[in-house]
Ligand binder design. Structure first.
Ligand code: SF4
Length: 326
């Protein structure tokens, strides 16, 4: 396959087939630059050289009833990651101010746990109302499994987007979580869309899934009409079930990002958790497929740092999206 030519056909409306997506993932390192060039042709068409910045705040950490194998906040994990209950409205508003100072387009409020408690939802809705009055920033929340009523309440409070990752393929999902199901996750994604919020939904690779599973997850995210897709790479955390897993190679991460760009040509694709840990010195190449990053770290792990992220973006000839000028 000559991938840059395939990218041009994608721009004419011919989406990659599952077989082609698998072929891309199975390509050799000798083809990597062709693949990245192809992904960049698509990325540049829809997003130019802009990079959207997200800042995430873990507003309730640990203490989770669920057993997600990758997660250091899982009840089944034996880690020293922080444990605290939901922060205050003022804490959440201050986080938005911080994110805005960093030129973030979106502030992501995240809680651990299977689903939000009613009083937690009230705090998040109140913080959202205050942020919307004071800070020019978009708000994403990631609070677990939602009911229809909860989703409508968040939308009414002003939440722009809700994150709920599919995490893996339907086939592989039971291998990484037994306390809730893939169907539960898909249902929340559907509820979010129906309530009128944007859906942020992606997944995590490097957990022992097959290349076919990665393709299936990419196409499942088309089915749920994800508007934004964070792709995470397992950074095995001590004390979790997956602690002894080997990290993906940079080339595997880049192939996956390129495949996602082909399958979701015009969607926001975020090179998310595990960027620094798995891509290392090659992380700048991820920007040729992805158009979005988290800066200032992740839920329980630090990133390389805001200054380093900005330096990386500028030196590679990209620029931070100035969404307030739109
Ligand atoms: S991913 Fe979320 S639901 Fe799963 S264990 Fe971690 S905090 Fe709990």
């Amino acid at each position: 396959m000559f991938w840059p030519e395939r990218a041009r056909r994608t721009l004419q409306g011919t989406i990659l087939s599952r077989d082609e997506a698998l072929e891309l993932l199975m390509s050799t390192d000798d083809d990597l630059l062709d693949i990245l060039q192809a992904a960049f042709i698509i990325r540049r068409h829809f997003f130019g050289r802009s990079v959207t910045i997200h800042v995430i705040k873990n507003v309730k950490s640990g203490l989770c009833s669920e057993d997600c194998a990758f997660c250091s906040q899982a009840g089944s994990a034996h880690t020293d990651s922080p444990q605290y209950t939901l922060q205050t409205v003022e804490d959440l508003v201050e986080g938005a101010r911080d994110a805005h100072r960093l030129k973030a387009m979106r502030y992501c409020i995240v809680t651990s746990g299977k689903a939000p408690e009613p009083e937690e939802l009230d705090i998040i809705c109140e913080a959202t109302r205050q942020i919307k009055k004071e800070v020019p920033i978009q708000i994403c929340t990631s609070l677990g499994i939602l009911t229809v009523g909860q989703s409508l309440k968040l939308k009414k409070a002003g939440v722009d987007r809700f994150n709920h990752n599919l995490e893996a393929s339907e086939r592989f999902y039971p291998s990484i979580c037994t306390t809730h199901s893939y169907a539960d996750r898909k249902r929340t994604a559907e509820i979010v869309k129906a309530s009128g919020m944007e859906l942020c939904s992606g997944g995590l690779i490097g957990m022992g899934e097959s290349l076919e599973d990665r393709v299936e997850m990419a196409f499942a995210l088309r089915e749920v009409e994800a508007d934004s897709i964070p792709l995470n790479f397992l950074d095995p955390r001590p004390g979790t079930v997956l602690e002894n897993f080997t990290k993906l190679t940079p080339a595997d991460c880049l192939r996956a990002l390129a495949m996602f760009r082909f399958v979701h040509p015009d969607k926001e694709i975020r090179v998310a958790g595990g960027r620094e840990a798995c891509l290392g010195s090659m992380q700048v190449l991820s920007l040729y497929a992805a158009n979005s990053i988290f800066t200032k770290g992740y839920l329980t792990t630090p990133g390389q740092g805001y200054e380093e992220d900005m330096d990386m973006i500028a030196k590679a000839g990209f620029h931070v999206t100035d969404w307030t000028a739109a």
